[in-house]
Structure formats: structure tokens, C-alpha cells
Design a protein around this ligand. Structure first.
Ligand code: NAD
Length: 475
């Protein structure tokens, strides 16, 4: 089986390395393989990125970099179907998802950072001095240098480009490492980079796992100036230790255990529809998905009945990414089934075709578990939501905030004052009121507590990926 997945280092594609099998999550069949980067290849990628920093790339104006980002976006669009197919093959996600979210958002990532860059203002201050002549202070933004971008498997191209685009916009060079489970679209992106004439060494790509492999070697490399990472909180902690050794800055988007609050004044139909999306999009394998839902007691029964009915009717959902992840989710469901009540799902769907070899889990609604139960406390990252009742606004806030995580939350209410009171009181980076995952790429994105460090999105990304420097000129 020949593999189209290759590394891309210093402007050259490289197929070398111990092969890692690629498994189709929908069927469990091995459908390809990807080469794992050796330590030497990772080192060469970092050196290529360092050399490119000192090359012609350093002289590119912001306008020229912005037009390059647009060319990359055009390049993805021109091979749109190829990208969609590759993303679906790697993740098993439905085409409807990849063609409306993953790939269009990757295009939008490049376009929006190009536009933001064009509108970025440098600040200056006139400073009064005793001699009356004053001084002029102005800020220049320099690139951080070589940036490592390490991304997960759930939204492979979307999350990779969410960091690569602003890193390139601000003049850095990049060594990217996508998840070893989903390397295909990153490789297509490298082809687009080559076609768009990104200078050699400005974008490099290495494949392989994290621990004791490409991911770890990259984060420990003394030639890497900053690490932008999306993935599990525990991995973030390991990467932070590696980066701390040389005081390299990190930007982290990590795990979550997102809460939703449904008040008795909410439009119930809207809240049910919204929760079906927020709990079950990509089978719950989106970091923003709701896993804990607190519903005000007067509407609890009605809401639970409707949500469970909706979950049972869901079709066209995708599988878990791997057998290991499916087993983790099913382990949670087994324990939850014994300790609480399963209102919908709870098991493995049977299709009677090749999908029965894949890693599927039914959309599941649970209730009746205590707050310290693993299924309510730990991130499951699957199609599982737990419902619990509450009485007062204060209680709802206390329940939502009693988590080591703090990424996102949803609030469903018809009371405008309550919306503005409750949403900012949530210990999260992002709160949605009467909607979920409505994104404006200019807004701050990230989490508090164990859900992340720093913010990305809009100016926040441009700021992270650049070093502001003040110049003071005595007049
Ligand atoms: P993961 O942490 O296992 O892996 C993420 C990436 O890190 C992969 O490329 C992996 O190879 C690499 N990696 C693993 N160990 C490493 C190490 N020791 N050193 C360097 N790199 C290493 O996460 P995952 O299972 O791929 O993704 C799921 C997780 O990502 C969930 O926890 C989810 O909540 C989180 N996530 C967060 C966001 C967000 O925006 N906050 C978005 C998507 C996913």
C-alpha cells in the first residue's frame, strides 16, 4: 500500500521513516500508512526553519505576507474536494461536516489573518521631556522565530491552520506536527504551500507520535522559539515542562468539561436543538462540546424527554477516532449505566455492514449521577451528555464552575438580564447565550484553568506570535 503522506522539510517532500498504519475509524480497516519522523529529520526541519528566518522571508512586507496567505487559501479552495475526502478518510467524520466546517474554516483562517494583518496598526507615543523637545516612542512587532505547531486529531486541518496562518502572517517560520492519527490534510497543505511559492523552510511538516517521538523532540529542541499546542491538558503540562527548560513561550488550547445551563424561561425547542448540536456534533469530539447540562427543575422532565428523543433520532453521525478512544468512552458508559440512568444510547450501534468493524458509539444521554462521578467530572470527548437538575441561578453557576476545566459554556434563557448576569460569571473563556459554536475569528478564543494558557483569535494570535519592541527616539 503506497502512502501519499510525506514530511516536508526545507521545501522538499520526504517519505522516509518507520511507517505507522492509518486506520479508517468508520470500518477499523488499515487504509494506509504515514512515515514517522526520526530525531534527525526533526532536527533538520528546525534547522531549515531557522535558516529561512534569516533568508529573504525576513524582508517580506506585511502586505506581501498577506497576499501569500490569500494564495494559500485559494490553493486549498482549488483542491477543496481532495481536502474533504482526505479529512473524512482520516477521521471518519461525515462529509457534511468536513465540507461545511473543517475545510471552509481552514480557508477562512488564512483569509482572516491576511485581512487582520492588513489592518494592524503600530502604536506610537509622544513623551514630554524636561527640555521641552520630547521623545517619540513607537512599537515594532518582530516574529518570535521558529514556532512549533502541534495539533490534535479532532479537527485536523482547522486547528493546524488556526495557528499556522497567524504564525506566518507575523513573519515566523513553522515546524508543524499534526496528530499521528490524522496526517493527510497537513500533507496536502504542504503541497499547497509549495504551489503557492512559500519560500523553502518557512513551512515545514513532520509526522509521528508525541511522546518519545517527533512531538517531544520538537518541543525539546533548543532551536524552537515558541510552541503553539492544541490537545489534552496532560500533554500541555508535559510540553510546558519541555518549553520551561529554555523559557520558550507557549500558547495552549486544552481539554474541557463544558457545562450548559438551561433556565426555565428558555425557549425549550431552541435549547433542545442547540444541545443536540452542542453535545453531538462530530460525535462529541469537539473541544467545545457540552458534556454536563444543568436544567432548571420545572422544565427538567420535559427537556430530558425531548433531548433523549432527539438523541435517539440522530443519524449520519461519525465514529470515535480510534479503538482506544472508543474503549475509553464505552468504559465511562459502562460505569455510568451501573451508577445512574441511561435515557438514550449507551452502547454501540449495529449497522449490519463493514461499519460494524469501526469505532462507533451511540449518542448518549445520561442522568442521575453524582457530580464527582468520573462521567460527570472527567473529559469524555465522545457523544455523551449528563443531565442534572438545579433550582436557583446561584446553584447553577456553582455547579457549572465546579470543574478543573474552563473552556466553553452555553446558557439558554429568555431573560436578557439573566443572560448578561450569568454568562460573565462563568469561569470559562467562551460563553454562548442561546446558541453554540457561533464563531467570529476576530474574538478571543481559549480557556481558563486546565483548559488553556493564553488566547488565540484575531489580534490575540497576532500578539502571541510576535514580539513587541519599543523604540524610544529623543527629539
Ligand atoms: P493529545 O494531547 O493526545 O495530542 C495532541 C497532539 O500532541 C498530537 O499531535 C500528539 O502527537 C502530540 N503529543 C502527544 N504527546 C506529546 C508530547 N509528550 N510532546 C509533544 N507532543 C505530544 O490530544 P488529542 O487526543 O489529539 O486531542 C484531543 C484533546 O484535545 C482533547 O482533550 C480536547 O479537548 C483537546 N482539544 C482542545 C481544543 C481547544 O481549542 N481547547 C481543541 C481541540 C481539541
Amino acid at each position: 500500500m503506497s502512502s501519499p503522506v510525506r514530511h516536508y522539510v526545507g521545501g522538499r517532500f520526504d517519505p522516509t521513516g518507520e511507517p505507522l498504519p492509518l486506520v479508517d475509524p468508520a470500518t477499523g480497516r488499515v487504509v494506509g500508512e504515514a512515515p514517522q519522523a526520526s530525531r534527525d529529520l526533526v532536527d533538520r526541519a528546525v534547522r531549515a526553519a531557522r535558516e529561512a528566518l534569516a533568508g529573504p522571508w525576513a524582508t517580506w512586507t506585511a502586505a506581501r505576507r498577506a497576499s501569500l496567505l490569500h494564495r494559500i487559501a485559494d490553493g486549498i479552495e482549488s483542491r477543496f474536494e481532495e481536502f474533504v475526502s482526505a479529512e473524512c478518510a482520516d477521521t471518519g467524520k461525515p462529509r457534511a461536516l468536513a465540507s461545511t466546517i473543517d475545510i471552509p474554516r481552514a480557508v477562512a483562517n488564512f483569509r482572516s489573518y491576511a485581512d487582520l494583518l492588513a489592518g494592524r496598526a503600530e502604536r506610537s507615543w509622544h513623551t514630554a521631556t524636561e527640555d521641552g523637545r520630547g521623545a517619540l516612542n513607537y512599537t515594532v512587532h518582530k516574529p518570535l522565530g521558529v514556532v512549533a505547531v502541534i495539533s490534535p486529531w479532532n479537527l485536523p486541518l482547522l486547528l493546524l491552520t488556526w495557528k499556522v496562518a497567524p504564525a506566518l502572517a507575523t513573519g515566523n517560520t513553522v515546524v508543524a506536527k499534526p496528530s499521528e492519527l490524522t496526517p493527510a490534510t497537513a500533507c496536502l497543505l504542504a503541497e499547497v504551500m509549495a504551489e503557492a511559492e512559500v519560500p523553502d523552510g518557512v513551512f515545514n511538516l513532520v509526522h509521528g507520535p508525541g511522546a518519545d517521538a517527533a512531538g517531544q523532540w520538537l518541543t525539546e529542541h533548543p532551536g524552537v522559539d515558541a510552541v503553539a499546542f492544541t490537545g489534552e491538558s496532560r500533554t500541555g503540562s508535559t510540553i510546558m515542562r519541555a518549553a520551561a527548560a529554555r523559557l520558550a513561550p507557549v500558547s495552549f488550547e486544552l481539554g474541557g468539561k463544558n457545562a450548559g445551563l438551561v433556565f426555565d424561561d428558555a425557549d425549550l425547542e431552541q435549547a433542545v436543538e442547540g444541545t443536540l448540536r452542542s453535545a453531538f456534533t462530530h460525535s462529541g469530539q469537539v473541544c467545545l462540546c457540552t458534556e454536563r447540562l444543568y436544567v432548571q427543575r420545572p422544565v427538567f422532565e420535559a427537556f430530558a424527554t425531548r433531548l433523549a428523543a432527539g438523541a435517539k433520532e440522530l443519524t449520519g453521525y461519525g465514529p470515535m477516532i480510534s479503538a482506544a478512544h472508543r474503549d475509553k468512552v464505552l468504559g465511562h458508559l459502562e460505569r455510568a449505566g451501573a451508577d445512574g440512568e441511561v435515557l438514550a444510547g449507551g452502547g454501540v450501534p449495529r449497522f449490519g455492514d463493514e461499519r460494524d468493524g469501526g469505532f462507533w458509539v451511540e449518542p448518549t444521554v445520561l442522568t442521575g449521577l453524582p457530580e464527582d462521578h468520573p462521567a460527570v467530572r472527567d473529559e469524555i470527548f465522545g457523544p455523551v451528555v449528563h443531565l442534572a437538575p438545579f433550582d436557583t441561578e446561584e446553584e447553577a453557576l456553582a455547579l457549572a464552575n465546579a470543574s478543573p476545566y474552563g473552556l466553553a459554556a452555553t446558557v439558554w434563557t429568555g431573560d436578557v438580564s439573566r443572560a448578561h448576569r450569568v454568562a460573565p460569571a462563568l469561569d470559562v473563556g467562551i460563553a454562548w447565550v442561546n446558541t453554540w459554536n457561533l464563531r467570529d475569528l476576530r474574538t478571543p478564543f481559549g480557556g481558563v484553568k486546565a483548559s488553556g494558557i493564553g488566547r488565540e483569535g484575531g489580534d490575540h494570535s497576532l500578539d502571541f506570535f510576535s514580539e513587541p519592541m519599543n523604540v524610544c527616539v529623543k527629539l
